[in-house]
Design a protein around this ligand. Sequence first.
Ligand code: ZN
Length: 504
Amino acid sequence: MTDSQETTIIYNATLLLEDAYGEWEFQTGGIRIHQGKIVQLGRGVELSGCGEVPEERTWDAKGAYLTPAFTNAHAHSYTGLLKRTVDRRTLDLYMLEVIALGTDRSLDLIYDATLLHASELISWGYARTVDHFSQRPFPTREGMEAAIQAYRDIGMKAVIAPMFSDIPYLETLPNQMQMSSVRATASARPADEIRNYERLLRESSVRLQGSRDIQVALGVDGPQRCTKDTLAMTASLMRELDIGWQTHLLESHTQWSYGKERDISLPTMLDGYGLLGPKTSLVHAIWLADEECERIARNGSHIVHCPTSNMHLGSGISPLQTYRRNGVQVFLGSDGDNCGTSSPYELMRTAARLSRLDGDNASDWWGAQDAYESQISVSTLFPEVLGKGRLSVGEPADWIAYRPESFRVTTPEELFKELVYYETGRSVEAVMIDGNWKIKDGVPLRAWRNKLERAQKNMDVVLVESAEKLKQAGALFHIVQESAEASRGIVRENWVGNPRKIGL
Ligand SMILES: [Zn+2]
């Protein structure tokens, strides 16, 4: 029997709640949890009168600040095996290496990578994530099942969006028509792969219907990497199955130059396919023009900002103030474990501070509350069964407790500043997901630590075996470098407005 099938009483806590008007407030009290859900909350929950609950199922929070668990709006589980492998790589060089390292993974490796990735996220207090799931050369039901099993074993909720593309990477770089080496490697993906992907999504959405921990979404790798047929198929599937659709968009200047060379705007192209809508999730969106941002806002799509990944790969500074002026909703994502930390604290403070490099009007900058709300709130990719990212009755019991002696704050606004600008994770006393303890007394639970040791050993073997694959990827670096040089020229001549990267 798991913890969540019993009743648990948390008492003597300082709860971070929203009042009836959506304003944040502190309330002293507790949480009564039954079958993983919050059934009572606030001042009325005290230890007295709870005699029906055995003592070991109660927890004296001793004044700890109880806040909603975090949400990760974009990540890749396969990078759980690749932490510490990337330094001084632009996005395009990085892609050559991860494509080489991520191809033909066994089901055991998919399981281990997901386990390592999910344990990292849980250790930071995330309860749910969007896994832009990569399985190369193409996603399979068995691969998805291996990842789902890892999430279930560790007890983390996920939306799995299997990534798909049917145009080879090097063909989608600017200036590629001039390069005979690229033309020689170009090869179209067989049409039956598109049909297989469609079938996989249909079957998964039926199989996971009603699931309270795992859901599925469409995961396009990048619009420039998909044929017209694929984009059209995903558009109709999004509407028919009523599921989310996530893609990387305009992450690097080379992606913007690729569109410029063809005189197309990628967001306008997506709109043409009916792919901009309330269930659409656009990741990165750095090299975005003002009118494209307006179009995204008009269609009600949201953007996932990945500040640490954007900086780790030198992709550029997201136009956070333009998003804000246009009213685009923004959520925070960690992206890969190999391109920056997934620490929500670092994501929040980097986002807030980066917004200050995009203009001098301080009232347009992100404040601590903006960053905090972007990190706990759920995007439209998360069905309601996975939780709304708030502590309230009827919601899953997903929360983080911070030791009261670590900092003294008296208002929610002070707490937001503490968590966004100063916290590192060292003040975390406890984490609960769906009513199950994940961290207690500041220590992750032993049951999944043991499984991780095996995964960690497998990871070490894989990295040793990867040397040859990396060498082969390195042999293609010159193609990317020539393309990037051409792209910088295109940007210098054509980009209008604030540069997204200094010194291009
Ligand atoms: Zn990504």
